[in-house]
Design a protein around this ligand. Structure first.
Ligand code: ADP
Ligand code: TPW
Ligand code: MG
Length: 587
């Protein structure tokens, strides 16, 4: 008996040793994807677990990757997208198949539209069943659906191709004009086994993922000539300029040239909004009257009235210079007389070489016109920002937040809504680059909590999310995520009981409310309390200021329900003119 037991024990030990040896020599799809991401410096994944990626998330966590689990994939995707914007590395969003994938796809499309680098990695069902449409669990031809909505889409079928697949996805996301990439990983891939050594050798570290693209010297000279001969020059900074992280060169270009600059929404703070050359408070004047406009990482899309129409003064009154990495952007809406194609860092540095001591300062009458218009507008606004009434109007409440950001310039402001967005953009001055994150090119609602979480995770800075009550609703459930990860996020909900205004009535009568109003006097602060965070209800700017300061000092997840006069807002904020009008509608 004793001998038999010893023999059994020996046999068991040698089987264990063999198993360990085999295990040492093998790897699988799960580990190869994780290793490929880590090899390329990716240390955070945003996602929602489920078949077939539940174990992937666990293993990634064990492997030292930070895995942030959300309540809805769209918010995870938005977090990944803003991580991409803030870090110039692709943000990773991980989802399950079909519905999870579709939930993440909105964020991927939005990232692509905004030129943010992001990779949506979704598990998918069995190819053989999907392609024969035999009704697999969460069946969907995800690759085909993703393709038109992003910059590139890839599928990996063999474990040996994971290294190349991940490398292609990274390069596609960050090189040239950044954007969203879809990476399809079928369930079967994760458990595919291969020799560990061969597996390790199959991984690819992407060298120089976003190579510098130098502008042609002739293009630089052409741009300098246009700028130099201008009587009323203007520089417009867009979020591409913020993304490029060429902050010092951009600042030097602006200051050495002496040209007034206008920041687009997410370029605010690249140079402080309080900079003497900032023309933000004289926007209409400079757009209308400038004779040469240099766009740096900004497109002439709807946000700039397509470079034409009455916003831009007399037709033909301007020459456009455009710096962009995407050659196809040139002449997209109007003629660009001096296209400078290249990455912003390289282009701005090349321009700077031509702006030496002999550079002529812009004519004094132009500088003075901009200055006096600015002063006039700032003076007009000032008393409205100091109003300490209850209920608050937008200006009173935003006046309080403006002071807070001035005192805490490293805080990141996330902003969405209609009036809440348009007025905050104008009122809250920004002082540092990449501190203002908002609805971007699409004017999309729902980025709020995803951006807030992504920004807090990536930067470890305090986040102040200024949210319309409708806007907040699109991602509001993520307050649980904010509490779970104990993030320093302070959400201020501008609660005016609805979309644009809380005063609409249903013109058809009956018991249904109007389409734009919500439950009156809701207490969004209770939502944060439900998960252990701090909730505060405020009715005056003073109370608001106190509550935000407390939140920022403590770093505790906080939601402040800021009661706003339901009659204060206007339809669609500042873009009501884009609403189609019915000639048949009875007033
Ligand atoms: P905004 O909305 O602020 O006006 P857009 O999103 O319209 O800005 O424009 C950003 C532009 O910046 C895009 O055309 C994009 O190709 C460009 N871009 C992004 N990153 C870079 C870069 N590193 N170098 C040059 N151009 C860039
Ligand atoms: C994905 C349309 C634009 S702004 C807005 C909606 C629904 C909400 C405005 O109300 P809010 O702000 O946030 O309370 P305020 O201060 O004016 O009251 N769906 C998506 N994106 C957009 N842009 C809409 C709908 C919209
Ligand atoms: Mg509202």
């Amino acid at each position: 008996m004793a001998d038999a037991a010893v023999k059994d024990k020996h046999e068991a030990a040698s089987t264990d040793a063999n198993a360990a040896k085999v295990e040492q020599e093998l790897t699988d799809g799960f580990h190869l994807v994780i290793d490929a991401l880590k090899l390329n410096g990716i240390n955070t994944i945003y996602g929602v677990p489920g078949i077939p990626i539940t174990d992937f998330g666990r293993m990634a966590q064990v492997a030292g990757i930070r895995v942030i689990s959300f309540r809805h994939e769209q918010n995870a995707g938005n977090a990944a997208a803003i991580a991409g914007f803030l870090t110039k590395k692709p943000g990773i969003c991980l989802t399950v198949s079909a519905p999870g994938f579709l939930n993440g796809l909105t964020a991927l499309a939005n990232a692509t539209t905004n030129c943010f680098p992001m990779i949506l990695i979704s598990g998918s069902s069995e190819r053989e069943i999907v392609d024969l449409q035999q009704g697999d669990y969460e069946e969907m031809d995800q690759l085909a659906i993703a393709k038109p909505l992003c910059k590139a889409a890839f599928r990996v079928l063999h474990a040996a191709d994971i290294g190349i697949g991940v490398a292609r996805a990274i390069r596609a996301a960050v090189s040239g004009r950044p954007g969203g990439v879809y990476l399809d990983l079928p369930a079967k891939l994760f458990s595919q086994v291969m020799n560990a050594d061969t597996g390790a050798k199959s991984l690819v570290k992407v060298i120089d993922p976003a190579p510098a693209q130098l502008p042609a010297p002739a293009a630089v000279k052409r741009a300098l000539d246009v700028l130099k001969s201008a009587k009323r020059p203007l520089i417009i900074l867009g979020k591409g300029a913020a993304y490029a992280q060429a902050d010092d060169a951009i600042r030097a270009l602006v200051e050495k040239s002496g040209i007034p600059f206008l920041p687009m929404s997410m370029a605010k703070g690249l140079l402080p909004d309080t900079h003497p050359q900032c023309a933000g408070a004289a926007r209409s004047t400079v757009l209308k009257d400038a004779d040469a406009v240099m766009l740096i990482g900004a497109r002439l899309n709807w946000l700039l009235s397509h470079g034409k129409g009455k916003t831009w003064g007399e037709p033909g009154s301007k020459k456009f210079i455009q710096i962009d990495i995407e050659p196809k952007e040139m002449d997209s809406n109007v003629e660009i007389v001096a296209p400078v194609v290249g990455d912003i860092g390289s282009c701005v540095s090349a321009l700077l070489e031509g702006i030496d001591g002999k550079w002529p300062a812009p004519p004094a009458d132009w500088i003075n016109t901009v200055k006096s218009k600015k002063e006039e507008n700032i003076a007009k606004m000032a008393p409205r920002l100091m109003k300490n009434s209850a209920p608050m109007d937008y200006h009173g409440a935003l006046g309080a937040l403006r002071t807070i950001v001035k005192e805490r310039p490293d805080a990141i402001v996330v902003n969405e809504g209609a009036n809440t967005l348009d007025l905050a953009r104008g009122i809250i001055d920004m002082y540092q680059p990449r501190k203002r994150l908002d609805v971007g090119t699409w004017g999309v609602m729902g980025i709020g909590m995803g951006f807030a979480i992504g920004a807090a995770i990536e930067t470890e800075k305090p986040v102040l999310a200024v949210e319309g009550d409708s806007a907040f609703g699109f991602s509001g459930m993520e307050v649980e995520t904010i509490c779970r990860y104990n993030l320093p996020v302070c959400v201020v909900v501008f609660n005016n009981n609805g979309i644009y205004r809380g005063t609409d009535v249903n013109s058809a009568g009956g018991s249904d409310p109007a389409t734009t109003v919500f439950v009156k006097d809701s207490r969004y602060d209770k939502m944060m309390e439900a998960f252990g965070g701090v909730g505060v209800n405020v009715t005056t700017p003073d109370e608001l200021k106190r509550a935000v300061n407390e939140a920022m000092d403590s770093g505790k997840p906080t939601l402040i329900n800021a009661v706003i006069d339901p009659a204060a807002g206007s339809e669609s904020g500042r873009i009501g003119n884009l609403n189609p009008q019915s000639v048949l509608r009875k007033k």
